[in-house]
Design a protein around this ligand. Sequence first.
Ligand SMILES: *[C@@H]1O[C@H](CO)[C@@H](O)[C@H](O)[C@H]1NC(C)=O
Ligand SMILES: *[C@@H]1O[C@H](CO)[C@@H](O)[C@H](O)[C@H]1NC(C)=O
Ligand SMILES: *[C@@H]1O[C@H](CO)[C@@H](O)[C@H](O)[C@H]1NC(C)=O
Ligand SMILES: *[C@@H]1O[C@H](CO)[C@@H](O)[C@H](O)[C@H]1NC(C)=O
Ligand SMILES: *[C@@H]1O[C@H](CO)[C@@H](O)[C@H](O)[C@H]1NC(C)=O
Ligand SMILES: *[C@@H]1O[C@H](CO)[C@@H](O)[C@H](O)[C@H]1NC(C)=O
Ligand SMILES: *[C@@H]1O[C@H](CO)[C@@H](O)[C@H](O)[C@H]1NC(C)=O
Length: 651
Amino acid sequence: MATHSSRTPSYDLENSTSYTPIPDKPAAASAPAGHWRSKKLFAGILVSSFLLLSLVLLSVNQQPDLQTNVNGTNQENFSTPKSIFPTARTSPPSRGVSQGVSEKTFQLTGGENATYSWTNVMLSWQRTAYHFQPEHNWMNDPNGPLYHKGWYHLFYQYNPDSAVWGNISWGHAVSKDLIHWLYLPFAMVPDHWYDINGVWSGSATILPDGQIVMLYTGDTYDVVQVQCLAYPANLSDPLLLDWVKYSGNPVLVPPPGIGAKDFRDPTTAWLTPDGDKWRIMIGSKVNTTGISLVYETVDFRSYDMLDGYLHAVPGTGMWECVDFFPVSMTEVNGLDTSVNGPGVKHVLKASLDDDKNDYYALGVYDPFENKWIPDDPELDVGIGLRYDYGKYYASKSFYDQIKQRRILWGWIRETDSEDDDSIPRTIVFDQKTGSNIIQWPVGEVEELRSESAEFDNVKLGPGSIVPLRVDTPSQLDIVASFEIDKDAFEGTVEANVDASYSCPTSGGAANRGKLGPFGIIVLADEMLSEGTPIYFYVTKGANGKVETHFCADELRSSEAPDVAKVVYGSQVPVIDGEKYSLRSLVDHSIVESFAQGGRTVITSRIYPTKAINGAARVFLFNNATGVSVTASGKIWNMDSADISRFPFNQF
Ligand SMILES: *[C@@H]1O[C@H](CO)[C@@H](O)[C@H](O)[C@H]1NC(C)=O
Ligand SMILES: *[C@@H]1O[C@H](CO)[C@@H](O)[C@H](O)[C@H]1NC(C)=O
Ligand SMILES: *[C@@H]1O[C@H](CO)[C@@H](O)[C@H](O)[C@H]1NC(C)=O
Ligand SMILES: *[C@@H]1O[C@H](CO)[C@@H](O)[C@H](O)[C@H]1NC(C)=O
Ligand SMILES: *[C@@H]1O[C@H](CO)[C@@H](O)[C@H](O)[C@H]1NC(C)=O
Ligand SMILES: *[C@@H]1O[C@H](CO)[C@@H](O)[C@H](O)[C@H]1NC(C)=O
Ligand SMILES: *[C@@H]1O[C@H](CO)[C@@H](O)[C@H](O)[C@H]1NC(C)=O
């Protein structure tokens, strides 16, 4: 299977004119002078004695230093790739594109004429309270999540200098519980010729002996995407503060036929069936076909590209941030990345550069042929299911070996200066439907739940709205289920049911059908001049065919004209006997909503002008014309997460 070694790229090295790589110095990537490059003061440090105690305990529970395999002593004279592409840079039309990475800017919808006088109260309300975000400045993709010696580590694409994309470094934070976070100094900054234009996204692999391998994409000084190897300088350090860039970097350059700007985001590695080699995947494209390249390696320093692709889907364009992992068809726990065999399916995910959404498909992985076959070719990667039907991109999963679960993180973009990562979600195979995954907020988020209120069997006639009492309307965890009166449901047939109902084109919750919409309205004001309905819309044709859609309608979310307002959503499978159930995590400008236990998920980004702070309200509603609906559920106020700098000075 192995073909050519990508270490000897078939570029025309002799005719090289301009590509003279900067000589590699002893690789010491981390701990630049002035660990904290921030220019602003930061919020007061808050840390519980629990954290301090944990760290002390961990520090005495050290293990021997294991960094033997990846310490990069040879390959010093590895000839670096010649650039085969124009190096002239055009003035950037927008963020990222000029460097061959996806658009990092949102165009405002109202055009330049439509501006709104945002007040400081409105703007400060928008900052989330329990989603992870950096202290300030730009962040994008989550990178290399892992668990090590008591801490969850999150790295993230970060611009130390500004609130827009650029100068990408790896921010770093740790958490005991995936909810409260402590910022650490940067893990890596652009400081070598091979990543001087950015330390881009990557993934961690934990080897059986405990070593940690980090592969990431470097953007070279002449804007080629290459893959690089880094590893912790001190594996005994629970905080993994210092990272060493391998002296033989880059370890992979774009192979023949692959564009210099179409080769990024290496995955976590998995073992071959014999267990003697590792495989990694890198997304790319050939013309408009999205593809996934697979490489095999023993030592993470030299690689062989396998013939063909793991998978390719015409028309889907560049695949960024590919992810590939097994899910169990029989068990409830998550699976480590190398697991395969009977009762296992594989999820293949690609972030489509063309439309900025994360698509996945379920299929079967044949490691001998190195092919992944989708269960349903009509729901192939990029043309079928999405992780999230709202604003959610560049996600990455990892296996939490302590709690045996697979956890997913995504990047929630927005139109102003702050970005967040989603609440981490567990991923499992949906054993009831067999045709989708289930995503659910990690259990730890429930630590933030405080006062609660229940509502029980609230009858909602056609066209009704019922307010719910809450204390902290901007920070909520809402769980609600709805039942349509059975007799009315059976007796209702929509003669002209629109077979092509789709949330995005439906016109939102103001479009009334016989069997929907019904659900909740969050971040509404008393007069409902602003509000975001999150709801089910059921269609039932004369042939008895029933479909359920789950939507989030931002059309009336804000009176400001210059923010994006769309209706998100998609179908959600509802099994006979199930109620319609939803859960929404409201955190200021972010609302993450999960239908039917997590079969369909929508993340909304909302910027109200009135429905903020104490003025925000929550309602139940039923805008169906043909049926009454009964609602039950519970609402919790959510505390804020502690997210602050690591208190080094307290040790
Ligand atoms: C790693 O470095 C040490 C010390 O320089 C050396 O003894 C060892 O052989 C190296 N291991 C590998 C795999 O290169
Ligand atoms: C460096 O290159 C020379 C000539 O190609 C080769 O003989 C030598 O083994 C290389 N050294 C290393 C450390 O790879
Ligand atoms: C903005 O204003 C200019 C001049 O009045 C007008 O020509 C243009 O169509 C407006 N653009 C939008 C998006 O309203
Ligand atoms: C990147 O860093 C350079 C040098 O510090 C600075 O001039 C530039 O404004 C930065 N770019 C961004 C987008 O922050
Ligand atoms: C490695 O980390 C441990 C735990 O933090 C620390 O005690 C030790 O001194 C570190 N070793 C080096 C060489 O820095
Ligand atoms: C890509 O498109 C070009 C131009 O249409 C065509 O000549 C070439 O064969 C295509 N490559 C592949 C691999 O399909
Ligand atoms: C229900 O539909 C009516 C008529 O279109 C609309 O005015 C109202 O705002 C809708 N209610 C909700 C909660 O969207």
